[in-house]
Design a protein around this ligand. Structure first.
Ligand code: NAD
Length: 260
């Protein structure tokens, strides 16, 4: 499938799912704008590795909690590439705490990064997509966009909100060759999740395998983590012409979690 000549921005693509999706879009031929935090040397290595495949790859460090820097990034990318065809709203953070103790500043930050950034990216890019008659917006929601878990009030609220935003944008752009969909992954073994396993094993006095099976994958019937490659392949498909009629959808990729 060729996305050759298309330009994609993937927010939060210096790690985990965003990086996996960026790699898949590049493998399909798209130019890529990487975004996210991290070690400057490591990010430059990723950029060069992606660019060595023959596409153009740039990095923009815009903080997705800040509307002004988001707008500046969109303008810079449009000036450099001429168009933004694919937007993957993936940047996200998490805080786990009971509602009565939930830090107010973390609520505000999670809503800003996990939800409002997708609003800003959408409002700033749809006009160009509509004018050109082609566009793809892919929002990384979560199984937590469809069901809740305790102690994740801000995250669950933001991810449920992401599905409402997805449907609304989809309806507004439906006649212009632009689609907007949400991917709802179950657990993915990103560096963030992997780092928690040894500590959880120690805290609960169980093996790391038991942490994966009985703690993390307790809600996931397949007992397998979702992979970044699987999510990347779905994102590439959603960008194809074959997916032109898929819009406003919330697509679970969760090993059966939300079938419960
Ligand atoms: P991750 O921590 O590996 O990656 C998050 C990315 O977001 C990083 O590149 C980070 O630098 C970036 N980021 C964080 N704050 C930012 C900010 N203010 N501005 C710009 N970039 C910022 O996490 P991940 O597991 O790959 O998660 C990616 C997305 O997928 C998130 O939206 C997350 O909610 C969602 N998700 C993850 C899982 C999972 O199990 N890992 C499951 C469902 C949904």
């Amino acid at each position: 499938m060729s996305l050759s000549g298309r330009t994609a921005i993937v927010t939060g693509s210096t790690s985990g799912i965003g990086l996996g999706i960026a790699e898949a879009l590049v493998a399909a031929g798209a130019n890529i704008v990487l975004n996210g935090f991290g070690d400057a040397g490591e990010i430059e290595e990723i950029r060069q590795r992606l660019e060595s495949t023959g596409v153009r790859a740039v990095y923009n460090g815009a903080d997705m909690s800040k509307p002004d820097t988001i707008e500046a990034m969109v303008k810079e990318v449009e000036a450099e590439f001429g168009a933004i065809d694919i937007v993957v709203n993936n940047a996200g953070i998490q805080t786990v705490a009971p509602i009565e103790e939930f830090p107010v500043e973390r609520w505000d930050l999670i809503l800003a990064i996990n939800l409002s950034s997708a609003f800003h990216m959408s409002r700033l890019t749809v006009k160009g997509m509509k004018d050109r008659g082609f566009g793809r917006i892919i929002n990384l929601a979560s199984a937590h966009g469809l069901v809740a878990s305790p102690y994740k009030s801000a995250y669950v609220a933001a991810k449920h909100g992401m599905l409402g935003l997805t449907k609304t944008v989809a309806l507004e752009v439906a006649e212009h060759g632009v689609t907007c969909n949400a991917i709802c992954p179950g657990y993915v073994l990103t560096p963030l999740v992997a780092k928690q396993i040894p500590d959880t094993a120690k805290a609960r006095g169980i093996t790391e395998e038991e942490v994966k099976r009985d703690v993390l994958l307790a809600a996931q019937p397949t007992k397998h983590f979702v992979t970044t490659e699987q999510l990347g392949a779905l994102a590439v498909f959603l960008c194809s012409d074959a997916a032109a009629s898929i819009t406003g959808a919330a697509l679970p990729v969760d090993g059966g979690w939300t079938a419960h």
